[in-house]
Design a binder for this molecule. Structure first.
Ligand SMILES: Nc1ncnc2c1ncn2[C@@H]1O[C@H](COP(=O)(O)OP(=O)(O)OP(=O)(O)O)[C@@H](O)[C@H]1O
Ligand SMILES: [Mg+2]
Length: 1009
């Protein structure tokens, strides 16, 4: 029920006719033809009328319109049927076939080409190179086959002289991966005489070769550039000619090259064609008893082309080798026999050549390296383009075969479309009004039945010993088929004046009555080629030619099985073809030829009516209207559509699948359009099915989304688990590394307590990476150092502790500011006692003991000889004693009589210079700073500034007081309330430091070098 076309174009589907009658059918067909609508449906069958003009309906845009659409969504078209076949194959994994039938010139071959073109256009969306190659091969092979197999006849300028069945194999993705061609060549049987040129031998290629072949090639083949010079290709004086012969010739040559023929093979093909042309010109004459070749100059040419010896060619043409028992004799042909043999040879060579070409193409396009386990099921679309029914003035063996073939196909159509349909309804218990149709099985049987059929009778007649004639064959037919309703002859119906006695018989075909002439039946049926020719060609030194004739190997005396007759061969090939088609889901294209004059305007009513009748189209419409467009078993139907209904998704809980399907369809509101059989559901209109498909597609999207969601979740969870596992492993590994590190630390430092240096020499192990970033905070290291320090400190005497504290204090305040802090030596502090001569030491001790008694100090922090500036800016030598309470100045010249003292709580800070000098300035609260330079050290030059500062700082710290220490130069100070600066300057040849007055204060000159 095609849409998108208004009724002015007639009805797009004959099923929609108001009344199913021949008149209405013809009227609709005519309107559509005249309005340029050449395609019409009968359900899923396409009826096509040859437009005899170029139609703009096969372009890329039209292909896009039909791609992936349902049959009834668009106006009827071949593309729709091709798409339906393709979809059935892809969706349901089914092999399908498209049977194109109709009479000669009805447009079968054109239709098959458009179908192939469509399939090529919609497949391989990803442009895989391999698939493109296969497609190119399939399309190119057609061009070569047409060049060899088509000829001009009076019914069709481009008539296929062979039936072609082509399987295209698809992989699971629906892309073509190869193919296979079966050919049903009939011409072999038509052994006509010179007066009726052999149609096939006038194949296009012969013309193209003669008219369009390059000069050099023609010269090598001894061919003239004039078709009229060759008997086989001048058709009734009219020569088929085309301006494009030269480019056509090249196109075929290129196509052969693309397909994969080698240069040598192509050349042999030309040689064979040339041989056939030369053979056609051979003439025979008799000279008394001897038969001669009239134009003997052709013999060497033939010998050269066939790569054999001249004598062999001559002998094979003029003699026949006959074996009688053990004797072998050469029997000479009469001129007629020789001519007969020549034509038989020409045809046989052509036949072999054609079969060989088909074989080569098949070798190349066959599916290779396909493994169903890996690639999924390999599905097939078959396209059958086979000669249509032929009714001529004079019908012979070929017409008989062709018409038999059409009977078989009609039988298949009846079986599949009509009979099976009705039977299925009965089986399924669907109420059904029986439709009468003509079952042509009876005619098929008439032709092919074992022992009783015409082919069998013909074979029997051929095997008769003694004289075998066509008349005897007719007599046999008359006696055996006298009672058959579809057979008659003049003898059986004497009143039929149009049937000639002893020559004609008539068969009542489903398509109409056809009268056949028995003349030539026997010869055409027998394998008429003399064995001598087969031997001749087998002995050729051209390997390609030799390979075409394997039977030539047999020796003359060898008794061979009688070869199968042409009729039997044809019958067997038809039976296997029909079996093959029956195993596939068929789609039909029924072609109609509107007129005999190739006019795009003329619709010959009678002609068309006849074809509609014999194609059984009206019955087809009736069955279709009564029937259902679609049927499917309940489980499969559910499997496909269960997602549409909540009752059936994901599984139903109804008592049976049938109930579930019912519930599903009720839910969709299709109750009126369906019937429920015993095992199958039947859907009447394709629209319902289409709606179901649409709903399914919608749901599939959601299901896919759901599956994606679940799967993505599963993936994420998997990834998460893997990450977590990795983290655990990392954690355990790190813990292990840390533990081993601790263990190693433990091992190394185990005995530090007993070590002399308390483990100072022990190397700290390299921490693992995980701890390395914390290295500076490495608690172990810190603990270890603390422990080490604590151990060291613990072992010190109280005096040492004081000394260490002083050193630490000095270090903290002076490190980096003053060079020599004297940390390496022992800090003795009271140097006036430890260093002076015993005399000064004892008087100093005496004085300090007095002071201790008087001022009650606890200990001496520091004492030293110093040089200081007095009130009059003069240098004076003094000694200082710093106790924990006072700073005393003493006069060394007066037995260290104490002079002035400064209580320590008055001292706020000390300033030292960054140099090596021993200048120390004590800052006091009352701005009476004391400026001294330590001196009289033993050894001389020892620096004691660090010690003095350290001792003071340490003491201040113990009293929790602050002492300001500054390292500067020049040093700022206050003398009796006056601000002044002290600069240190080195001076050569100076033995002691000396203060001199300067403008801003004082200069301390120190011994320099
Ligand atoms: N769809 C079409 N559009 C245009 N012209 C067409 C179409 N179909 C057929 N023809 C014309 O009709 C001619 C005969 O068609 P085609 O060769 O397909 O016939 P056929 O049925 O294969 O005949 P045969 O049985 O002799 O091989 C074509 O050469 C072409 O000119
Ligand atoms: Mg054809």
């Amino acid at each position: 029920m095609a849409e998108h076309e208004s009724l002015e174009f007639g009805k797009a589907d004959f099923v929609l006719l108001d009344d199913v009658s021949m008149d209405e059918f013809m009227e609709n067909l005519r309107i559509r033809f005249e309005k340029g609508r050449i395609y019409t449906y009968i359900g899923e069958v396409v009826v096509s009328v040859n437009p005899y003009r170029a139609m703009n309906i096969y372009g890329r845009d039209t292909i896009e319109q039909y791609k992936g659409r349902e049959l009834y969504e668009r106006p009827p078209h071949l593309f729709a049927i091709a798409d339906a076949a393709y979809k059935a194959m892809k969706r349901r994994n089914k092999d399908t076939c498209i049977v194109i039938s109709g009479e000669s010139g009805a447009g079968k071959t054109e239709a098959s080409k458009y179908i192939m073109q469509y399939i090529a256009a919609i497949t391989n969306p990803h442009q895989r190179a391999e698939v493109e190659r296969v497609k190119n091969m399939l399309l190119k092979s057609n061009c070569v086959l047409e060049a060899f197999g088509n000829a001009k006849t009076n019914r069709n300028d481009n008539s296929s002289r062979f039936g072609k069945y082509m399987d295209i194999n698809f992989d699971f993705k629906g892309d073509p991966i190869g193919g296979h061609i079966s050919n049903y060549l009939l011409e072999k049987c038509s052994l006509d005489c010179q007066s009726c040129p052999l149609t096939l031998l006038s194949s296009f290629l012969s013309f193209q070769l003669v008219k369009g072949g390059p000069e050099s090639l023609l010269r090598s083949l001894h061919i003239q550039k004039d078709p009229a010079a060759y008997n086989y290709i001048k058709v009734g004086g009219q020569l088929k000619s085309s301006i494009n012969d030269s480019s056509d010739f090249k196109a075929v040559a290129d196509a052969m090259k693309v397909i994969g023929f080698t240069g040598e093979e192509v050349h042999t093909v030309y040689k064979i064609l040339a041989t056939i042309l030369h053979l056609g010109n051979m003439k025979f004459d008799s000279d008394g008893d001897v038969t001669l070749i009239e134009n003997g100059n052709l013999v060497p040419v033939l010998a050269e082309l066939l790569a054999t010896k001249q004598e062999s060619v001559e002998k094979a043409l003029l003699y026949r080798t006959v074996a009688t028992g053990r004797d072998v004799i050469d029997k000479q042909h009469t001129p007629q026999e020789a001519s007969y043999g020549r034509d038989a040879l020409a045809k046989a060579i052509y036949d072999r050549l054609f079969c060989w070409i088909v074989g080569c193409i098949n070798d190349i396009i066959e599916v290779k390296n396909y493994d169903a386990r890996i690639h999924g099921k390999n599905t097939v679309i078959g396209v059958l383009d086979i000669y249509g029914f032929e009714i001529f003035q004079n019908n012979s063996f070929e017409q008989f075969c062709i018409n038999y073939c059409n009977e078989k196909l009609q039988q298949l159509f009846i079986q599949l479309v009509l009979k099976q349909e009705q039977e299925e309804y009965q089986r399924e218990g669907i109420p059904w009004k029986h439709i009468d149709y003509f079952n042509n099985q009876i005619i098929v049987d008439l032709v092919e039945q074992q022992h009783k059929g015409i082919f069998s009778i013909l074979d029997e007649a051929c095997m008769n010993v003694g004289k075998v004639t066509d008349e005897l064959f007719l007599q046999a037919l008359n006696s055996k088929l006298a009672k058959h309703a579809h057979y008659t002859s003049r003898k059986l119906s004497p009143t039929e004046k149009c049937l000639e006695f002893d020559r004609d018989f008539r068969i009542r075909h489903y398509a109409g009555d056809v009268t056949y002439s028995v003349v030539g039946f026997i010869d055409k049926n027998k394998d008429t080629l003399f064995q001598d020719f087969k031997r001749l060609l087998y002995n050729s030194s051209n390997p390609v030619l030799k390979a075409m004739w394997p039977e030539g190997k047999l020796s003359i005396t060898e008794v061979t099985k009688r070869p199968l007759t042409a009729g039997t061969l044809f019958k067997t090939s038809m039976i296997s073809l029909v079996e093959n088609l029956a195993s596939k889901e068929p789609y039909y294209v029924r072609c109609i030829k509107p007129n005999d004059v190739k006019s795009p305007l003329l619709f010959e009513q009678e002609r068309c009516r006849h074809q509609v009748e014999y194609l059984g189209l009206l019955e087809n419409v009736r069955v279709r209207r009564a029937g259902f467009a679609y049927r499917q078993t309940y489980p499969r139907f559910l499997q496909r559509y269960k997602m549409i209904s909540q009752f059936t998704w994901p599984n139903h809980d109804l008592p049976s699948d049938r109930e579930a399907v019912k519930r599903l369809l009720q839910g969709c509101g299709f109750e009126h359009d369906v019937a429920y059989g015993k095992t199958k559901v039947f859907i009447r209109t394709p629209r319902t099915l289409f709606t179901l498909e649409e709903q399914r597609a919608e749901m599939v999207k959601r299901i896919v989304l759901f599956l994606q969601k679940v799967w993505r979740g599963a993936l994420a969870r998997m990834r998460y688990r893997r990450m977590r596992a990795a983290l655990i492993i990392i954690r355990v590994y790190r813990r292990y590394k840390v533990k081993s590190y601790i263990r190693e630390v433990n091992r190394r430092f185990k005995n530090v307590r007993t070590m002399k240096d308390h483990g100072k020499h022990v190397k700290w192990p390299m921490p693992p990476k995980v701890l390395r970033r914390f290295e500076e905070f490495n608690v172990f290291l810190v603990f270890s150092l603390r422990w080490w320090a604590w151990t060291l400190i613990r072992s010190l005497s109280p005096e040492d502790v004081l000394q260490v504290r002083a050193k630490v204090a000095a270090l903290e305040s002076l490190k980096g500011h003053r060079a020599d802090l004297g940390l390496q030596r022992a800090w003795e502090g009271n140097y006036m006692v430890s260093e002076g001569n015993p005399e000064t030491a004892s008087s100093f001790t005496l004085v300090s003991s007095d002071l201790q008694r008087k001022d009650k100090f606890m200990r001496v922090l520091f004492s030293s000889n110093v040089r200081k500036i007095n009130r009059f800016h003069k240098c004076e030598d003094r000694a200082v004693l710093i106790t924990d309470r006072h700073l005393y100045k003493m006069d060394p010249l007066k037995q260290y009589r104490p002079m002035k003292s400064i209580p320590l709580y008055n001292v706020t800070g000390v300033s030292v210079s960054p140099g090596k000098d021993q200048l120390v300035v004590f800052h006091t609260k009352d701005s009476r700073d004391l400026i001294v330079c330590l001196q009289g050290m033993v050894p001389a030059g020892e620096s004691r500034v660090g010690e003095l500062v350290g001792a003071l700082l340490s003491h201040f710290k113990s009293e929790k007081r602050k002492l300001q220490v500054s390292v500067v130069s020049p040093i700022q100070c206050s003398m009796h309330g006056r601000k002044c600066t002290i600069v240190v300057e080195p001076k050569i040849n100076l033995s002691q430091p000396e203060f001199t007055k300067s403008r801003s204060g004082y200069i301390l000159a120190v011994p320099g070098n």
